[in-house]
Write a protein that binds this ligand. Structure first.
Ligand SMILES: NC(=O)N[C@@H](CC(=O)O)C(=O)O
Ligand SMILES: [Zn+2]
Ligand SMILES: [Zn+2]
Length: 430
């Protein structure tokens, strides 16, 4: 069946142009002034057509923790947010550390996924940070890269060996950077808010020291290397210098680090994640990083937990917040509408950049897979976590007034989400 998306503004070749998009057999068959007979025509005039958003850092909790999120609920949240491809972190049970364990997850993805879900394999066996590396070679063809997200790889020799193997296999190491010996039981940023309210802080050094170590290991091994959820100004500067040196280094940050500072915290679990939201200076450095291209990716680090796990305040709650259903509107409202960033740059950070870096799409062009998100950038509404399709509801953006809503998501040309404004009722087939 052909589908004609008529009259929208289409992101193509780095800019928005007024054009129709024809979708046929799962791919974009044409972009331009089209009139096609025997196609289902959807009037998208006034809407923006973006290459489907790509999130290289999510937690879907299966296998092992279905009570927090399932592949079905997580990928439904993704579809609603405008994402067509997401990459799942491997802090699971069993963790994907061998072909067999990865196979368990792949089967669940085949059964439950609403959008494209591509897993990471672990770096270490059982993701325990020990000396035994995962069976990277056996997992190579099915994973986007290797990560021990949730913890840093503490031993230099283990990370070096992992980088050598990943380089041999032509896959990236995607690193959660955290030096355990510098944590001292901290759970929010070691800054003004922690001092004022008597909380134990996580120092910036615990992140950037490991970024610094890893960049030195990249110099030695030539491994493609990507830093997860960068939160400190020092990490941004280290990545900036590594890139200037020509090293194969990239990094991501997440929406909450770009629009909040530690002084926005409240005594609630929905403000607790790892790494923590840092100071105003850190936030400013991250914004400069997305403006000058040092940071090429915005990922959500969508990390759902149960209501009970997030109900224990800052000290007692689990680390992690959800993000897939709020990322685009929050950043569109706070960065694009406030002239910090162009809409085109935001599309690069949320789709084109991660798509290019990880080989996961991020274009609307003839012949490309028809992974498309249709946004109504004029829609204004209030974020209410009770409406989320995710099982996780902990968000620091609760109650925010935002603008910009995804109204339709196509994955390989298949409509997976359509909202009421386009005559749909959410996830298609749900
Ligand atoms: N970001 C978080 O606060 N939590 C993540 C782990 C991680 O991303 O490091 C989780 O798995 O819950
Ligand atoms: Zn992490
Ligand atoms: Zn994570």
């Amino acid at each position: 069946m052909k589908k004609l998306l008529k009259g929208g503004k289409v992101y193509t070749g780095g800019a928005f142009v007024r054009a129709d998009v024809l979708v046929e057999d799962g791919v974009v068959a044409g972009v331009g002034d089209l009139s096609v007979s025997q196609a289902e025509t959807v009037d998208v005039s006034g809407k923006h057509l973006l290459p489907g958003l790509v999130d290289v850092h999510v937690h879907f909790r299966e296998p092992g923790f279905s009570y927090k999120e399932t592949i079905a609920t997580g990928s439904s949240a993704a579809a609603r947010g405008g994402y067509t491809t997401v990459c799942t972190m491997p802090n699971l049970n069993p963790a994907p550390d061998t072909a067999e364990h990865l196979g368990v997850q792949l089967e669940m993805i085949r059964q439950g996924a609403v959008v494209k879900v591509v897993p990471y394999g672990t770096i270490t066996m059982r993701q325990n940070g020990g000396g035994e590396l995962s069976d990277m070679a056996a997992m190579r063809d099915e994973v986007v890269g290797f990560s021990d997200d949730g913890r840093g790889v503490q031993e230099d020799a283990v990370m070096e060996a992992a980088m050598r193997e990943a380089a041999r296999l032509g896959k990236p190491i995607v690193a959660h950077c955290e030096v355990n010996s510098l944590l001292h039981g901290g759970y929010i940023h070691d800054g003004e808010y922690a001092r004022l309210h008597g909380h134990r802080g996580i120092c910036s050094e615990s992140e950037w020291k490991q970024v610094e170590r890893d960049i030195e290991l990249v110099r030695r091994t030539g491994c493609r290397y990507h830093v997860c959820h960068v939160s400190t100004r020092e990490s941004v500067e280290l990545v900036r210098r590594a890139k200037a040196e020509g090293l194969p280094v990239s990094c991501e940050t997440a929406p909450h680090y770009l629009v909040l500072t530690d002084m926005d915290l409240r005594e609630e679990g929905r403000f607790k994640m790892n790494p923590p939201i840092r100071s105003a200076e850190d936030r400013a450095a991250l914004v400069r990083g997305i403006q000058d291209g040092t940071i090429e990716v915005v990922a959500t680090d969508h990390a759902p937990h149960s209501e009970a796990e997030k109900a224990k305040g800052l000290a007692g709650s689990a680390f992690g917040i959800v993000g897939l259903e709020t990322a685009f509107p929050v950043l569109y409202t706070r960065l694009v509408l406030e002239d910090v960033l162009s809409l085109e740059r935001l599309v690069e950070l949320m789709s084109v950049g991660p798509g290019r870096l990880f080989g996961l799409g991020g274009t609307i062009a003839p012949g490309a897979p028809a992974d498309i998100a249709v946004f109504d950038l004029g829609a204004r509404y209030r974020i209410e976590s009770a409406d989320f399709l995710s099982k996780g509801h902990a968000t620091p953006f609760e109650g925010w007034e935002v603008q910009g809503r995804n109204v339709m998501t196509l994955v390989d040309g298949r409509e997976v989400y359509r909202d009421a404004s386009l005559g749909g009722c959410g996830i298609v087939g749900a």
